[in-house]
Design a protein around this ligand. Structure first.
Ligand SMILES: [Zn+2]
Length: 443
């Protein structure tokens, strides 16, 4: 996990000997002691980027501005039009120079002589890819990718208020929370209702572009989540190497996915549950059954289909506002109300997790939320009370391979110690024990 920048090579450019002139006037009361002669070494570090040693050029970096064109950028940098035309002609098969987008970075590599003429134009449509138009000698253009590095890391945390805070306080990416909530435990843990004392451990990979630019959490390989004291292991495993399909399974090779997501919005709050005996003061305390589950979330929050299915209704009524109904199979349908905007249309086949619209407050509603209605055999039921079907289990032929595969990962997970446990243990031990900042024990 130590960062190694194998691209930096140190070159000794010069040895400068600084000779301090030692003046000593022993008779003088104000003797100044000068430093003894020393040798300073000036190092020049090769800076490789885009496959060039940047030290060989004067580097001009900028972003595409409104009204900029490839021609204008070069012209501003002292390249004449016949040459620009020539470059555009030769480069057009590799890159359409009209596709430069406002705000994207570009780099000009210019000659180091007094003219400082551009020799190379590099455009970055995104963080990973770049386009090089090289006109140093002959003209050629190509697209390339920056080197990407993955670094495996482990993390652990305890929930005191919410998961983002548990990650934040340790300087960990909140993406870890999203990945756990959406990709791994969306079917088993309601992240809106985590409990104080719930805790987790993860083995994951971080992604870096060009060795040093952090590009976020790439993947979670294994996780352990203790929710209400129930341990839930998750290991990522490839079930189809041809299609590259991976899934998360527990320590007994059971799929963590269910046919339905627990909620149609991530990180929302259940503001009203399914309740057939709900009384509302506004209506004179009469029973007004609530057959949906309300998830409060900000206007514009994406609403996801909780299971695969076909959109059978996408419409507007005064009560429901903008709404969508999905038929999943002969038994189940789900409905999503008060959308700001619908994304799907009648007849669309949607997959679990697909965005079908956005949270709003259309129709009869007091605040932004999605009213989620769960239908079983034509009747509305409480989704939280259903024993929902499991997703496809691991095949028998793969099960042995899976159990072998997770053995070392599980051992690694189990060996990660929760910091709170460590501190407790220390308290139990000698009162003299000190804890240094690396959490190791010194007596
Ligand atoms: Zn509702």
């Amino acid at each position: 996990m130590i960062f190694q920048n194998n691209k930096i090579q140190f070159k000794l450019i010069a040895l400068i000997v600084l000779c301090g002139v030692a003046i000593s006037c022993k008779d003088d009361a104000n003797t100044i002691e000068l430093p003894s002669p020393e040798v300073a070494i000036v190092e020049e570090v090769d800076r490789f980027e885009f496959g060039f040693n940047l030290n060989d050029f004067v580097v001009v970096r900028d972003t595409i501005k409104r009204g900029d064109s490839f021609g204008e950028i070069l012209e501003r940098n002292k390249i004449g039009y016949p040459k620009i035309f020539n470059i555009v002609e030769k480069a057009k098969d590799s890159f359409d120079i009209r596709r430069l987008q406002i705000g994207k970075p570009y780099t000009l590599l210019c000659s180091k002589d007094s003219l400082q003429l551009p020799q190379c134009f590099i455009y970055q449509p995104n963080r990973e890819n770049y386009v090089v138009i090289n006109f140093q000698d002959s003209i050629h253009a190509y697209t390339s990718k920056k080197p990407i590095k993955y670094v495996e890391r482990v993390a652990q945390g305890v929930i005191t208020s919410n998961i983002s805070e548990a990650l934040d306080s340790q300087g960990l990416s909140v993406q870890l929370a999203y990945k756990m909530a959406d990709d791994i435990y969306a079917w088993t843990i309601d992240f809106n209702r985590l409990q104080k004392g719930d805790r987790f451990k993860v083995i994951y990979t971080d992604k870096y572009i060009d060795d040093s630019i952090y590009a976020g959490v790439d993947n979670i390989k294994a996780a352990y989540f203790e929710h209400k004291n129930v341990p839930l292991y998750a290991f990522e495993f490839e079930t189809d190497s041809v299609k590259g399909i991976t899934d998360y399974f527990n320590e007994e090779a059971k799929n963590l996915r269910r046919a339905f997501l627990r909620a149609p919005v991530s990180f929302s709050r259940v503001s009203s549950r399914y309740n057939l005996r709900r009384r509302i003061a506004y209506y004179g305390n009469k029973i007004r059954p609530h057959k949906g589950t309300d998830f409060a979330a900000k206007v514009g929050t994406p609403i996801m289909a909780t299971a695969n299915g076909t959109v059978v209704k996408a419409s507007y009524t005064r009560g429901n506002g903008n709404y969508i109904k999905i038929k999943h199979n002969a038994t189940y349908s789900t409905q999503y109300l008060h959308m700001q905007k619908r994304k799907s249309r009648v007849g669309d086949f949607v997959k679990q997790g697909d965005v079908i619209g956005w949270v709003g407050m259309t129709g009869n509603t007091g605040g932004p939320h999605v009213c989620y209605r769960f239908w079983k055999n034509g009747r509305q039921v409480d989704p939280f009370k259903q024993k929902l079907p499991e997703a496809k289990p691991i095949s028998n032929s793969l099960k042995t391979k899976y159990l072998e595969f997770i053995e070392s990962l599980k051992a690694q997970l189990d060996s990660i110690e929760f910091l709170e446990d460590k501190f407790e243990k220390m308290e139990v031990l000698d009162g003299q024990i000190l804890i240094d900042d690396k959490n190791s024990v010194t007596k």
